[in-house]
Every structure is written in structure tokens, then in C-alpha cells.
Design a protein around this ligand. Structure first.
Ligand code: AR6
Length: 181
């Protein structure tokens, strides 16, 4: 599914984010930046040790990555040139600022991509795996943040792609994008 917002295509595909041929993929990282399971594990496995080395250097400089923020490294051996490591919130029921933190993870990632001249960017569904953010709520926040960013920065990106792992995830994001019309 694709929708044009200004000059940017917002697309939804089912697949593996490590295979995407884009300028940057986004990792659903954690505060340590030292890797983990899920998308994070898959990206470090496929991209090789150069990614972890840069994450360690960033940790040495700034002590990890706060929730809702993002940092950028090489893509190592990935088809994508760069990896933006964004940290989404753990779901605690919604009363601990989770919506604002999730929105911030998307917006900070897109701002970083725009600043670096990265015209095609692919995101996974941040926080909806190990961090247990409810899928429909997360999809609404993700699509809302992407639409807001590309509307405010119409020259910045050719495509922002959501890469969903399962058909259920794809349908949820598709329903949200369709409702925005
Ligand atoms: N491509 C695209 N999506 C994927 C892939 C893949 N290769 N693998 C899994 N997903 P998660 P989180 C989907 O748990 O909830 C890690 O240990 C998955 O089905 O990766 O933000 C980190 O180090 C789900 O829909 O990220 C953190 O500690 C989505 O990606 C923690 O998990 C996100 O699931 C972050 O948890």
C-alpha cells in the first residue's frame, strides 16, 4: 500500500527490514545500544560488527540513548547505507508518557534522516514486539508522526516505508493509513 503525502510516498510492506534497499533503516533499539533480540538482533546479525563498534563509540560519548531519542551509525554489510537506532518506550499501560515517547522516537529518527540527506527511510513497528505496545495505538502514532514530518518537510524524503513483519501488523498499519484518506 502506498499513499502520496506532498512529495513523499508513505508505503507499507510486509517483510524483513534487514533486506531493504533504502538510504537508512531504523532499528528498534534499547537504551544500551548494545543489541538485543527482535529487529535489533536481526540488524546486528546481518550488518556485522561495524554497527556495534559505532554504537559502543556513541555510548562512550553520550552514555547510551534515552527513550524517545535516536542515534545513527553505518549500515555495515546491510543493503541500507545507514542505521538509525531509535528507542521506543516499554508499554506500562499508557500512563507513563508512552504515546509521547513513541511519537518522539519516530520524529527524532526522521529529523536525523533529513539532516543527513537520507531520502528513503524504512521503519519497523517500534515498541510493538518485546516492548508490548498495543498494535493499533502504535500504528496510529507511527503514521501520524510520519505524516506530520513529511508535511512539515516536503523536500526531505522521497519515501518513508513501514516494514511490517506479519500480515496482522500490515493490516493494522494499512487500516490506519487508509483512514487518513
Ligand atoms: N524485520 C521487520 N520487523 C521485524 C523483524 C525484521 N527482521 N524482526 C522482528 N520484527 P522488537 P521492540 C518486528 O521486539 O518492541 C530488542 O531486544 C516484530 O515482529 O524487535 O521495540 C531490543 O534490543 C515487531 O512487530 O522491538 C530492545 O530491547 C517489531 O518488529 C527491545 O527488543 C518490533 O519488535 C525493543 O522492543
Amino acid at each position: 500500500m502506498r499513499q502520496l503525502v506532498g512529495r513523499t510516498v508513505i508505503s507499507l510492506v510486509q517483510g524483513d527490514i534487514t533486506q531493504q534497499e533504502v538510504d537508512a533503516i531504523v532499528n528498534a533499539a534499547n537504551n544500551s545500544l548494545l543489541g538485543g533480540g527482535g529487529v535489533d538482533g536481526a540488524i546486528h546479525d546481518a550488518g556485522g560488527s561495524a554497527i556495534l563498534e559505532e554504537c559502543i563509540a556513541i555510548r562512550a560519548r553520550q552514555g547510551g540513548c534515552p527513550t524517545g531519542q535516536a542515534v545513527i551509525t553505518t549500515g555495515g554489510r546491510l543493503p541500507a547505507g545507514r542505521v538509525i537506532h531509535a528507542v521506543g518506550p516499554v508499554w506500562h499501560g499508557g500512563g507513563r508518557g508512552e504515546p509521547a515517547l513513541l511519537r518522539s522516537a519516530y520524529l527524532r529518527s526522521l529529523e536525523l534522516a533529513a539532516r543527513e540527506g537520507l531520502r528513503t527511510v524504512a521503519f519497523p513497528s517500534i515498541s510493538t514486539g518485546a516492548y508490548q505496545y498495543p498494535l493499533m495505538e502504535a500504528a496510529a502514532i507511527a503514521i501520524g508522526a510520519i505524516v506530520e514530518h513529511v508535511t512539515a518537510n516536503p523536500e526531505a524524503h522521497d519515501e518513508v516505508r513501514m516494514v511490517l513483519f506479519t500480515a496482522i501488523d500490515l493490516r493494522a498499519y494499512g487500516d490506519v493509513l487508509q483512514q487518513r484518506g
